[in-house]
Design a protein around this ligand. Sequence first.
Ligand code: KMH
Ligand code: ZN
Length: 271
Amino acid sequence: MSVVITVAPTGPIATKADNAFLPTSPEEIAAAVHEAYQAGAAVAHIHLRDAQQRPTADLDIARRTMALIAEKCPILIQMSTGVGLSVSFEERERLVELRPRMATLNPCSMSFGDGEFLNPPKGVRRLAARMRELNVKPELEIYDTGHLEACMRLFDEGLLAEPLQFSIVLGVRGGMAATADNLMMMVRRLPPHCIWQIIAIGKANLELTAMGLALGGNARAGLEDCLYLRKGVLAENQALVTRAVGLVRALDLPLADVKAAEERLALPKPH
Ligand code: KMH
Ligand code: ZN
């Protein structure tokens, strides 16, 4: 089975003051995604920023970013509905109306660093149902053990279709710590026949990405998760994707191109 590498070039938290390579405008994001595609990424996890670098769910910015990416390469677009801590759930959920092939679904509210990440149960159900109607594949972000059970309840209610696609997110302050133990525990708890990827935030990014790949997962790479290549060396998105692809090659695993990723992720056909 081939391995899917997703690039997450921007995220909701960092700014250019943290890392000058962070792409924030639609043009910069599209260029970074294109470079990541050339380095081997098959999926792009997209957060949007306004002209002041603030997270936004502005539909015009989203449309423009999606169009610029599509002009450059056929990478699969996974829109973040997490967007950023300052944006309301109602604004965030509207992004799926643009019908990206995939979008994130965050099942629970939680502390997120010094802020709050709000995903109210009614809103999550409404968004899951709408994604199913629109054929937008949810990527279920699991930051803690109970988030997995919350997803399984959505599945039992018919709001999610198999194969379920999980991201095991380790290292957010407010969620599970970035440890090998936590990764092993979560992998053991996953339901059969699901698809999963490792998202390792911060310093343990390299080791836990390697471990996730060795355990049979897909992986995410990019400045959303990790601003440094190593201590004191700021990263660029393409270098982080190249590093993840290097791990895939070192493990002698086949790397998924866009077509293989569509199959591996069992993406519904676009409308
Ligand atoms: N927006 C962050 C609080 C997602 O992309 O859906 C969490 C996040 C998840 O980045
Ligand atoms: Zn994100």
